[in-house]
Write a protein that binds this ligand. Structure first.
Ligand code: ARG
Length: 470
């Protein structure tokens, strides 16, 4: 941690690259308060990559000579090695990663290093760095999501005929297949991956060349820069290029939504792995014990993923609030974009890694699931549908079946244990012997045999389509 409590004794002169205009040293507290090096050093690779591209572009437009460019590029590579070897001491008085690297470059190669910042500002520099960083992060996250989607498909494929209760209001509602349930997870995460891909398109636009806010007199070749740095296009407006962080907000929104989905799956895993449900067994290596209760096997990993959703929701609000009401163009407020963004990336990365370990290793307790699917009169709707096929209007069928359920409840029996007389009720005879097969959970799921339905044949088809998409 930086010491922010320092006394406000002005030093003589300024250590940094910006000293010329000032007659006294920066207040030590202000120095620490305004510095971002503690967290933006994470952008060193992107900063160096951007600087190399900038030097090459300056050479391409004849602002630098080939020799100057070679010295700068070489110096930057040496700095990268120094950082990676832990040899560069970051200096708070140099404020941020950009000035730390530039200052080190000047130390290493002398006056030529002072030419690097020609036609550039930290404003377009930092915007470029963040976009490069986020593009790479998104690619990694997409790869993790693709793995997880594959893991879900395997799990679904192994359980297209495994029966479980489907719930509404967390009350057993109708039987579904476990494969169908986890394919619902697949669809959520599929859309999350789409959102990241979509967000990437707006991240991958080049701000460099906008300089402080208005552009520069050097006629920078921004297409050259875009090509060198792998950007798909160039920011159209220099003011917008240096000031907006909407792409980071969008990323946080996509991340918050992804974690919201993961929190829902995790909630289910927590419930299902409880003694009360006993639907699934989670791998021991993903669970932890209690310091006092020797019998405990706690689902800490899904609980933590569920909990981490809150952090990212917070980061989204932080970024939205940071951007709100900012006048054009760059404002120092934007320095506050990094910590929420980095933490959103790290949190999603960690949660996806956890889910990749967890999901393919979920062991459903097939018997307990089936057993639960038979409780709670989950095939009552099937009985109503049966009566509809015998020309009873659905609302009347609903009423008749309600009576049958009431009789079953009062006898403490499942529907299929009632006699035909009891199922029909007084003065009714439209329910016949063939009803018993539709009252089974297997009959119930098999009947839902249409696109998007839970019948095993449909789940197989959905898995096949998902494989094609993936
Ligand atoms: N550390 C700054 C940031 O993250 C870099 C840009 C500073 N620009 C400026 N004009 N003070 O936003």
């Amino acid at each position: 941690m930086l010491d922010m409590s320092a006394n406000s004794t002005p030093k003589q002169g300024r250590a940094g690259l910006l000293g010329g205009r000032f007659s006294e040293a920066t207040d030590e507290f202000v120095e620490a308060f305004t510095a971002s090096i503690e967290f933006d050093q994470r952008l060193y690779r992107q900063d160096i990559e951007g600087s190399k591209a900038h030097a090459r572009m300056l050479t391409h437009i004849s602002v630098l000579t080939d020799d100057e460019c070679a010295q700068i590029v070489d110096g930057l590579s040496r700095i990268e090695s120094e950082i990676e070897a832990g040899q560069l001491a970051w200096r708070v008085e140099l404020e941020d990663v950009h000035m730390n690297i530039e200052s080190r470059l000047i130390e290493l190669i002398g006056d030529v290093g002072k030419k690097l910042h020609t036609g550039r500002s930290r404003n377009d520099q930092v915007a470029t760095d963040i976009r490069l960083y986020l593009r790479e992060a998104i690619d990694e996250l997409i790869a993790l999501e693709t793995d997880l989607l594959g893991g879900i498909l395997e799990l679904a494929d192994a359980h297209t005929t495994t029966i479980m209760p489907g719930f509404t209001h967390l009350q057993a509602a109708q039987p579904v297949t476990f494969g169908h349930h986890v394919m619902a997870w697949f669809e959520m995460l599929w859309r999350d991956r789409e959102r990241l891909r979509d967000c990437r398109r707006r991240v991958n636009v080049l701000p460099l060349g906008a300089a402080a806010l208005a552009g520069t007199p050097y006629k920078p070749d921004r297409n050259f820069l875009a090509k060198a740095l792998g950007f798909d296009s160039v920011c159209e407006n220099s003011l917008d290029a240096v000031s907006d962080r909407d792409f980071a907000i969008e990323f946080c929104a996509a991340t918050a939504l992804t974690l919201t989905h993961l929190s829902r799956w995790c909630e289910e895993l927590v419930l299902w792995s409880s003694q009360q449900f006993s639907f699934v067994e989670l791998p021991d290596r993903f669970c932890t014990g209690s310091s006092i209760m020797p019998q405990k096997k706690n689902p800490d990993v899904p609980e933590l993923v569920r909990g981490k959703t809150g952090r990212v929701n917070g980061h989204l609000i932080a970024l939205l609030t940071l951007m709100k009401s900012q006048p054009l163009a760059y404002n120092k407020d934007n320095q506050e974009d990094k910590e929420p963004l980095f933490d959103a990336v790290d949190t999603l990365h960690g949660c996806l890694t956890a889910m990749n370990g967890l999901v393919p290793n979920i062991e459903p307790n097939i018997n307990a699931m089936r057993e639960a699917a038979t409780l709670g009169y989950t095939t009552a709707t099937d009985l109503a549908d049966y009566l509809v096929r015998r020309d009873v209007p659905f609302r009347d069928a609903h009423e008749l079946v309600g009576g049958a359920v009431q009789r079953a409840v009062s006898q403490g029996k499942p529907l299929e244990a009632l006699s035909l007389e009891e199922l029909n009720g007084p003065g009714e005879d439209r329910i016949g012997e063939d009803v018993y097969q539709i009252l089974t959970p297997d009959g119930s799921v098999a009947a839902r045999d249409h696109f998007g339905g839970t019948a095993p044949a449909q789940v197989n088809a959905a898995i096949e389509r998902a494989r094609q998409r993936l």
